[in-house]
Design a protein around this ligand. Structure first.
Ligand SMILES: O=C(O)[C@H](O)[C@@H](O)[C@H](O)[C@H](O)COP(=O)(O)O
Length: 256
């Protein structure tokens, strides 16, 4: 797994704008090379703010939205359209404003599908399997970009410290008893996250600073799940507040 590159921006607003620009370039580069791309979205404040900044970007339509497969790293197990679903936030912030191919927007189904959380997780795992190519060498596509928010406890997606999902080798699992409401969620697991070409952890705010420090040190992913947020290339995209406890030894690029 790659050693993370750390990029620090002035505040959460500049961070969201800078990450939005970076996402556009990353997807355009991937599409230029392959004709299509796989992007994994995250929920959370900064994750959704980044999507809104993509929608507002003058460069937005450099992305070939019809040739983009959109996935989620996790989802709250709530009915379609529920305002608390990550999908709902993503549609409102971005997907309703660009010409995505609905068949390539891969949502994690909620209880209104008639499935249990376990069945929904297995259905998503099957959808990932179907999308994987032989050269991906795994149960899911080697995502061009997998975005993650991070909680104050170091959780990523819905992989929370101490919960069984951290140890699960399946690609997608149901999560019960999430300390962050709602309690029932669907989440990709470490093997799928770590199969991504690029993993970006985007975090802002003082309350994340301790977890950021641990995630960038030699903490184990079971104690600090963000320590397992690694792809072939890994970025930690932070605002100054979230980066305020990073030891200088880690080295980092800072924007003004
Ligand atoms: O479903 C979710 O809530 C997210 O996927 C979760 O992993 C989120 O990204 C982090 O909790 C950070 O959220 P904030 O940016 O709002 O702190």
């Amino acid at each position: 797994m790659s050693v993370p590159t750390v990029i620090i921006h002035r505040d959460a607003d500049v961070l969201a704008k800078a990450v939005a620009a970076r996402v556009i370039v990353r997807i355009v580069d991937a599409q230029s090379a392959k004709g299509s791309a796989h992007l994994v979205l995250t929920g959370g404040t900064v994750g959704i703010a980044t999507l809104a900044e993509i929608a507002a970007s003058p460069a937005r339509d450099a992305v070939d939205w019809r040739n983009l497969d959109i996935w989620w790293g996790d989802e709250r197990f709530l009915p379609s359209g529920d305002p608390e679903r990550n999908e709902t936030g993503a549609r409102k912030a971005l997907l309703d404003h660009v010409d995505v191919n609905p068949a390539r927007v891969h949502v994690m189904r909620g209880p209104d599908s008639g499935m249990t959380a376990e069945e929904s997780a297995e259905a998503y795992a099957e959808e990932l399997r179907r999308a994987a190519r032989p050269e991906d060498h795994g149960p899911a596509p080697a995502f061009d970009l997998l975005m993650l928010g991070m909680g104050p406890d170091g959780h990523i997606a819905s992989l929370f410290p101490g919960l069984p999902a951290l140890y699960d080798t399946r690609s997608v699992v149901a999560v019960h008893g999430s300390p962050k409401p709602p309690p029932t969620r669907i989440s990709m697991t470490f093997p799928v996250v770590q199969g991504a070409n690029e993993v970006w952890v985007v975090a802002a705010g003082e309350e994340k600073a301790g977890a950021v420090r641990l995630a960038l040190s030699d903490s184990g992913p079971m104690q600090v799940p963000a320590a397992g947020a690694r792809g072939r290339r890994t970025l930690f995209l932070l605002d100054r507040a979230a980066a305020s406890k990073i030891p200088a030894s880690l080295g980092r690029a800072s924007s003004p």
